[in-house]
Ligand binder design. Structure first.
Ligand code: AMP
Length: 358
């Protein structure tokens, strides 16, 4: 679907006012666009750098309609926007990336069916809605395995690990009645992600895959270049492009992969800019935030070439105590999100440490 690009000075509506919305707003502003944030919570980090902020819930139809009328395109920083809110918005203004990407990524079961339907490798899985489903799932998938809620999981939340079949009852109880999937445990050597983008004219550009290390279920570091063979790097990019093309996608997507001796396994997709793509801010001339803005306004994409080796480290909770020290480092680029309260597990900022590529 080739459409004429939005003119600079147009307004981009962003659902969600966290750090991703904040960095999208800054990128939009650099290209001469205005932004309007829609966020239920007070004082959102993105509100500090946006032209307008609406503070209202996703069930406030009047506020959603007024927001949609005030913007030229709508995008989002998180995938769990309620369907009814999307219906109200889409009747007035286009949403990019489109609804299909949201429908699929909001539900792990639908996501897995979609990915395997494309012929991509994923962990073995089984749907678990009842105690009887759980018993069958443990028989077919076995242990070790991971039980994950189908909806609203993030940063390792809504997950229970089964070391053996004996953990099945406790794991099922942990889901508190929420529909879930049981996933076979993948024996991976490391995790990588591809940040991929697709424009309104169907062009696709991928950033170099990054290698991700998690701590306590939350992304800790992303390193580029990732440890991958040339063939694995090509595979990662081709499979990401396949996902984007299948969805007629417009925008940036994060595709998380496990690296195994038998190839790449897709863990999950996120239809938005992604924490593991923050390294692009110092590694590329067009970073993931500008890339997403370019895509949703119908501009040509940046090509994604990486000019530096980068290690991105998330600053979580008390890591903020180290900011002074990090600010003295020669090659460290700090990005702080303007969040007033430091809480354990809360993403407060990140730092990109840069080494020029040899
Ligand atoms: P997720 O919320 O699905 O991204 O899972 C969070 C983290 O748990 C992943 O980044 C992995 O480190 C780990 N994990 C998730 N699913 C699996 C799996 N099937 N096998 C092994 N590790 C997993």
């Amino acid at each position: 679907m080739q459409q004429s690009p939005l003119k600079t000075g147009s307004t981009i509506g962003i659902l969600g006012g966290g750090q991703l919305g904040r960095m999208l707003s800054v990128a939009a502003s650099r290209l001469g666009f205005k932004t309007h944030i829609f966020e239920p919570g007070a004082n959102p980090p993105a509100g500090q750098v946006a032209d307008h902020t609406t503070t209202a819930g996703y069930d406030d139809v009047a506020a959603l309609e007024a927001f949609a009328q005030s913007v030229d395109v709508i995008t989002y920083e998180f995938e769990n926007v309620p369907t009814a809110a999307l219906d109200a918005l889409e009747a007035i203004c286009p949403i990019r990336p489109g609804r299909e990407a949201l429908r699929i990524s909001q539900d792990r079961l639908i996501e897995k069916e979609f990915l395997s339907g494309l012929g991509l490798n994923i962990a073995p899985y089984a749907n678990v809605e009842t105690a009887a489903d759980m018993a069958t799932a443990v028989e077919t998938i076995g242990a070790p395995s991971i039980l994950k809620t189908r909806r609203f999981g993030y940063d390792g939340k809504g997950q229970a690990r089964l070391k053996s079949a004996d953990d099945a009852d406790a794991g099922f109880a942990d889901m508190q009645g929420a529909p879930a999937v049981l996933e076979g445990f993948v024996q991976f050597s490391h995790e990588v992600s591809v940040i991929a983008a697709r424009g309104t004219n169907g062009e696709v550009a991928c950033f170099d895959p990054g290698e991700n290390v998690h701590k306590d279920g939350i992304l800790d570091t992303t390193t580029v270049p990732a440890k991958l063979t040339g063939a694995q790097r090509t595979d990662a990019i081709l499979l990401a492009a396949k996902v984007l093309n299948a969805l007629d996608y417009v925008g940036v997507m994060g595709v998380e992969l496990f690296v195994t001796p038998n190839g790449l396994i897709v863990n999950e997709i996120a239809p938005r800019v992604h924490n593991s793509g923050h390294w692009t801010q110092q590694g590329c001339s067009v970073d993931q935030f500008e890339q997403h803005i370019r895509a949703v306004v119908g501009w040509p994409l940046g090509d994604g070439t990486r000019f530096a080796d980068v290690v991105m480290e998330n600053l979580i909770g008390d890591d903020m105590d180290r900011v002074d020290e990090i600010a003295r480092e020669a090659n460290a680029s700090l990005h702080l999100y303007g969040k007033a309260d430091v809480k354990p597990g809360r993403k407060m900022g990140h730092v990109n440490r840069v080494v020029p590529s040899s």
